[in-house]
Structures are given as structure tokens and as C-alpha cells.
Design a protein around this ligand. Structure first.
Ligand SMILES: NC(=O)c1ccc[n+]([C@@H]2O[C@H](COP(=O)([O-])OP(=O)(O)OC[C@H]3O[C@@H](n4cnc5c(N)ncnc54)[C@H](O)[C@@H]3O)[C@@H](O)[C@H]2O)c1
Ligand SMILES: [Zn+2]
Length: 361
């Protein structure tokens, strides 16, 4: 097992990464201190892992809430269901909410924990690659609104993150690839050596090799923990974690959040961020082709045929990163060196959107 720490003063917390953590009573004793525990999961993950976790948590009082599976269920209604269960069982402020599932479960359980009695403790047990490398760390919680994704939420840090890598054994390959897009993102933002490592080990990762996966989870969490420790509320550097996301969110919203997984949209978003950076005279052609090759080898989709460039631009304009009417973008000077800017060439943006969106010529 490997351990990291998110340094946030009195709200610091450990990230534990290893095989079989879910069923380890000693680890659970250390990291889930409460007597009353609400475990939130969904209809896909609960049949696979909830019994193991609950057995490890005994003899605490354990209540289970199993929500429907899917991004379309990341709603205030389902958070209200979690809150209803907490109230109905007379949980006090010293209870703990445990999220067992991917980012959807984690975001909702975390938001319910942030709201219940103005904040109760919360533990993340992420079971997808995406949630193990990204969403379980950093304290962003929330739900979607018909008017937009993640529009309602709160910062609420967990007291621990327990990433059981064995759970990835049941993850569908498409979800694994989507998680790898966020992993590639970390290399591009700030770690060229990690990007090299991914180029060398992509086949092992796609085959689900436990040691290779454990390595990328560790390094990704280390990078995210370091950035969150510096800038918890995204006043500065944390925005770098949105590399590829302004383009990616445009893909997700223009396709109605049904066709593209988040990580898939981010994979294509990384390609567009690279193309855009080259168009602005920043990134070399060689680096652009390395990004293209790695995303393609990951098996992620690389074109958005069903959305026009005009529609994509409109969707980019309603992203949260817009300030004073100008879209801010994360661009690359080279692999491993990203920065945020509102100062870029409109012609390069237009060319990038035309390269990736719309029916291929
Ligand atoms: N809070 C943050 O900082 C942050 C960051 C990135 C993404 N997110 C959010 O995370 C969500 C995406 O997370 P995700 O990619 O984990 O999606 P998800 O939670 O929908 O999980 C993907 C699918 O895998 C299933 N699944 C989960 N674990 C499994 C396992 N071990 N075996 C088999 N199936 C399993 C789920 O039931 C689901 O069908 C989005 O809502 C996104 O907005 C949040
Ligand atoms: Zn993301």
C-alpha cells in the first residue's frame, strides 16, 4: 500500500492506494472513526463491493443508500434522498458518510456530507480509474442542474481517500480508457517524465496491469494533491487541472451528456489544447504529434463528427472558465508545461475547432 497526504492545515487528509483496502477492518478502523456510518453507492457498484465494505465496517451502525447509476442521476433529488436517510436514521454531527463508487457517487455523497448539519465527515472510496486519479481528491462536490453540469456544489474535503485498486478489475474497458485521459492530462500539465513513462507503458495500462495502474494512480494523486494544497479554491494554479476541459465540456454539453464519457471528451480536449497551442506558435509540431499518438493509442475517440464548429464555440462560451466575456484557455508551451491565458489568437481557435468538429471532409 502507498500513502500520500493532501496538505491543507487542519483539513489535511491521507490518500491510501492499494489492493484490498475496502475489506481491511484495521484500515477502516483508522480512517472511518464514526460509530454511525452511511455508505452511499449505486446499483452497479453495490452488488460488487458493498458487502465486503460493510463487513469490514462492523460493528458500527451501518446504513446503506443505493442510488441509480449514471450521470443523469447526479441531481439534487438524489442528494435529497441521501439527506432524508441521514435524518430518518437520526444521524448526528459525528457520523461519517462514505462514498463507494465512481465520481458520480463521490460528488453526490460529498455534497450531502457538506450540507448535512452544515458539514459532517466524509470518506471517499473511489472505484473507477477516473475517480481514483482525479475526482476523489480535492474536495469539489456537487450535482448537475438542467441549466448546466456541476452548477450546484460546495468545497468539502474528505477526511480520507481509500483507493482500492482491486476494484478496477471489474471496470469496463471504456471506463478505463476514459480515466487514462485524465492521467495523460497530468503529464501534459507538469510532468514530462511521467508523459514519457505513459508512452512506454500504455499497453500494460490498457491490459489492466495492477502495478502499472497503481503507479499512475499514485503519481496522478501526488500531482493533484500538490496543486490542491497550493490552491484549494482555484484562485490560481488549480485551474491548470482544467487542461482540455473547456473543449471537453463543449463536447459533453453539445452532445447532451449522453454519447461521450467525461474522460473521452477530455481526451479529445487535450488534442485541441495541443493543436491550439501549436496554432499560437507555442507548442512544437513534434510535441503535438506525441500527444495525438498517445491519445490515439489509448483508444480514445479523436473527432466530434456530430457537432459543428459554431455550435462548439457557443458551448465553450457558457463554460465556468469565461471571465469578462472572454474564454480563458489552458495552453501548452511544451509537454509538461501548461499555463492559463485569455490572450490567444482567435484564428488559431477557429482553425482548431474546424479541425476537430464537424463532418470530416
Ligand atoms: N469532484 C471532482 O473534482 C471531479 C473531477 C472529475 C470528474 N468529476 C465528476 O465525476 C463524474 C465521472 O466520474 P466517473 O468517470 O467515475 O463516472 P461514474 O461514477 O459514472 O462511473 C462510471 C461507470 O462505472 C461504474 N463503475 C464504477 N466503479 C466500478 C467498478 N469498480 N466496476 C464496474 N463498474 C464500475 C459506474 O456505476 C458507472 O456506470 C462526473 O460526474 C464528473 O463531473 C468530479
Ligand atoms: Zn475531468
Amino acid at each position: 500500500m502507498k500513502t500520500l497526504k493532501v496538505e491543507l492545515g487542519s483539513r489535511s487528509y491521507p490518500i491510501l492506494i492499494g489492493e484490498g483496502l475496502l475489506g481491511d477492518p484495521e484500515l477502516l478502523r483508522q480512517h472511518v472513526p464514526a460509530r454511525d456510518v452511511l455508505v452511499v453507492s449505486n446499483t452497479t457498484v453495490a452488488p460488487l463491493y458493498l458487502d465486503t465494505l460493510s463487513a469490514g465496517l462492523r460493528p458500527r451502525r451501518i446504513i446503506e443508500t443505493v442510488l441509480p447509476d449514471g450521470e443523469s442521476h447526479k441531481t439534487l433529488t438524489n442528494v435529497a434522498r441521501i439527506l432524508d436517510v441521514l435524518v430518518a436514521n437520526r444521524f448526528a454531527r459525528d457520523c461519517t458518510v462514505v462514498a463507494l463508487g465512481g465520481g458520480v457517487v463521490g460528488d453526490m455523497a460529498g455534497f450531502a456530507a457538506a450540507c448535512y448539519q452544515r458539514g459532517v465527515s466524509f470518506v471517499q472510496m473511489p472505484t473507477t480509474l477516473l475517480s481514483q486519479v482525479d475526482s476523489s481528491v480535492g474536495g469539489k462536490t456537487g450535482v448537475n442542474h438542467p441549466g448546466g453540469k456541476n452548477l450546484i456544489g460546495a468545497f468539502h474535503q474528505p477526511i480520507a481517500v481509500l483507493a482500492d485498486t482491486r476494484t478496477l478489475g471489474t471496470l469496463p474497458p471504456r471506463e478505463l480508457r476514459a480515466g487514462l485521459a485524465e492521467v495523460i492530462k497530468y503529464g501534459l500539465i507538469c510532468d514530462a517524465a511521467f508523459f514519457d513513462w505513459l508512452e512506454e507503458h500504455m499497453e500494460e495500462l490498457l491490459a489492466g496491469d495492477p502495478a502499472a495502474l497503481a503507479h499512475v494512480i499514485y503519481r496522478s494523486c501526488q500531482i493533484k494533491a500538490e496543486i490542491v494544497g497550493r490552491d484549494e479554491r482555484e484562485q490560481g494554479d488549480r485551474a491548470l487541472l482544467n487542461l482540455g476541459h473547456t473543449f471537453g465540456h463543449a463536447i459533453e454539453s453539445a452532445t447532451g451528456y449522453t454519447q461521450w464519457l467525461h474522460g473521452e471528451a477530455i481526451g479529445a480536449g487535450l488534442l485541441m489544447a495541443a493543436a491550439m497551442s501549436a496554432g499560437c506558435g507555442l507548442l512544437s509540431a513534434e510535441d503535438v504529434s506525441r500527444v495525438k499518438n498517445l491519445v490515439a493509442r489509448t483508444g480514445l475517440p479523436t473527432r466530434i463528427d456530430s457537432v459543428s464548429p459554431q455550435s462548439a464555440l457557443e458551448h465553450m462560451r457558457i463554460d465556468k472558465k469565461v471571465q469578462g466575456g472572454r474564454i480563458r484557455l489552458i495552453l501548452l508551451r511544451k509537454i509538461g508545461d501548461a499555463f492559463i491565458t485569455a490572450d490567444y489568437s482567435e484564428a488559431a481557435l477557429d482553425a482548431t475547432l474546424h479541425e476537430y468538429f464537424g463532418l470530416a471532409a
